[in-house]
Design a protein around this ligand. Structure first.
Ligand code: UD1
Ligand code: UDP
Length: 373
């Protein structure tokens, strides 16, 4: 009997981390894969769907400009519930900690459908950092049938919360599968990542810092501080900043106001995944508050300064390839300057370190799913 697996996602990072699972499910006759996107993100989701060649079976198209968490969550819950009633899946898969993932898990639970959690057990132990993701993933963890923990650290967190040991599996993180896949695609067709060529020429000879930022808890003063730090570091003649700016208006407004027109700063539109992989490759340092970039940058041997107070991904910090620097402008500039000016400090961080998997995570997940059917 084939099992009908409904894969639910809605934002850029979920799409990146679930396309390898969708590819694997679609290639495996034991499963029928049905894809439902909430489109909590629109353009940034569509960039991933296109590159991964995924055409969703259901698209709720819920994104509204500057959407509130309560309106978004209400729409997601009712919309995803209706899709589940129509599809009647055997199991539902969600990933991570977004509003879509939490609502997808809840809608499945309300129908007593088993819901499996990809990237389970990440914990910062601070419900406001990151907000609201820390609570979203705990809610999903309370309902999940299978918990696919990326590392033994996340496995241990779930066991401490009394999740049954036989439901928790260390699988690695599918982000490494995604990174391997996109790297192979670029090798096959370099044009997929050639769109940064003009910027690479403009900044030739400079040391590039790649930046991303979008955390809700950094809105307001945090974003102002981040912009100030970028202004200061970009005043160095040897340094350039490439910053694909998230489409959230709370990010764009500040960054456009504070950073437009600077010689050494390129504020650009969100990059599709192959181009972001290229940005990682040409950057000397990544400065970010993103979750996924904390996994990708260490895997590629790029030091990553994390503009947060806490992280649910301590593996990079413990290995010395990631460092928490908060959002104080002075601190960020000091830490960046150290990496730029102190070769020993740079080399201590610039080691490839990959606790997040070997690129075989989706394959493991499929075998674990197969045991359930
Ligand atoms: C969401 C997730 C966050 C995740 C992040 C990844 C929640 C509560 N937040 O945050 O966990 O880390 O995505 O990027 O689930 N927008 C566009 N086009 C897009 C995407 C966003 O215009 O393609 C704008 C819209 O105005 C939208 C706003 O950004 O209302 C916010 O989007 P939303 O998904 O609510 O929050 P993010 O900050 O993107
Ligand atoms: N990313 C991308 N283009 C960009 C910025 C990021 O493809 O312009 C990718 C990045 O490689 C990572 C993911 O998006 O895999 C991270 O998404 P985001 O920072 O939006 O969310 P988070 O990981 O913090 O939830």
């Amino acid at each position: 009997m084939t099992a009908r697996i409904l894969v639910v996602f809605g934002t850029r990072p979920e799409a990146i981390k679930l396309f390898p699972v969708v590819h694997a499910l679609k290639a495996d006759p034991r499963f029928e894969c049905v894809v439902c996107v909430s489109a909590q993100h629109r353009q940034m989701l569509d960039q991933v769907l296109e590159i991964a060649g995924i055409v969703p079976d259901h698209d709720l198209d819920v994104m509204q400009p500057d959407q509130t968490l309560d309106a978004l969550t209400a729409n997601l819950l009712t919309g995803l519930g209706k899709v589940m009633d129509a599809v009647k899946p055997t199991r539902v898969i969600v990933q991570g900690d977004t509003a879509t993932a939490m609502s997808g898990a809840l809608a499945a639970y309300y129908r007593k459908l088993p819901v499996d959690h990809v990237e389970a057990g990440l914990r910062s132990y601070n419900i406001y950092h990151p907000w609201p993701e820390e609570v979203n993933r705990k809610i999903i963890g309370a309902m999940a049938s299978l918990h696919f923990a990326p590392t033994t650290t996340s496995e241990a967190a779930l066991l401490r919360e009394n999740v049954a040991a036989d439901r928790v599996h260390v699988t690695g993180n599918t982000v490494i599968d995604a990174l391997h896949w996109v790297t192979a695609e670029i090798e096959r067709n370099p044009a997929l990542a050639s769109g940064l060529a003009d910027l690479e020429t403009r900044f030739a000879g400079k040391r590039i810092i790649g930046v991303t930022s979008h955390r809700r808890e950094n809105f307001g003063e945090g974003m102002e501080q981040i912009a100030q730090a970028i202004r200061e570091i970009a005043s160095r003649p040897d340094t350039a900043v490439i910053f694909p700016v998230h489409l959230n208006p709370n990010v764009r407004k500040v960054m456009n106001e504070r950073l437009s027109g600077l010689d050494n700063v390129a504020l650009i539109e969100p990059l599709d995944y192959p181009h972001f992989a290229r940005l990682l490759a040409i950057s000397e340092i990544m400065l970010t508050d993103s979750g996924g970039v904390q996994e990708e940058a260490p895997a590629l041997g790029k030091p990553v300064l994390v503009m947060r107070e806490t992280t649910e991904r301590p593996e990079g910090v413990e290995a010395g390839t990631a460092k928490l620097v908060g959002t104080d402008a002075r601190r960020i500039v000091t830490e960046l300057s150290t990496l730029l000016d102190d070769k020993t400090a740079y080399e201590a961080m610039a080691r490839a370190h990959n606790p997040f998997g070997d690129g075989q995570t989706s394959r493991r997940i499929l075998e674990l799913l197969a045991n359930e059917i």
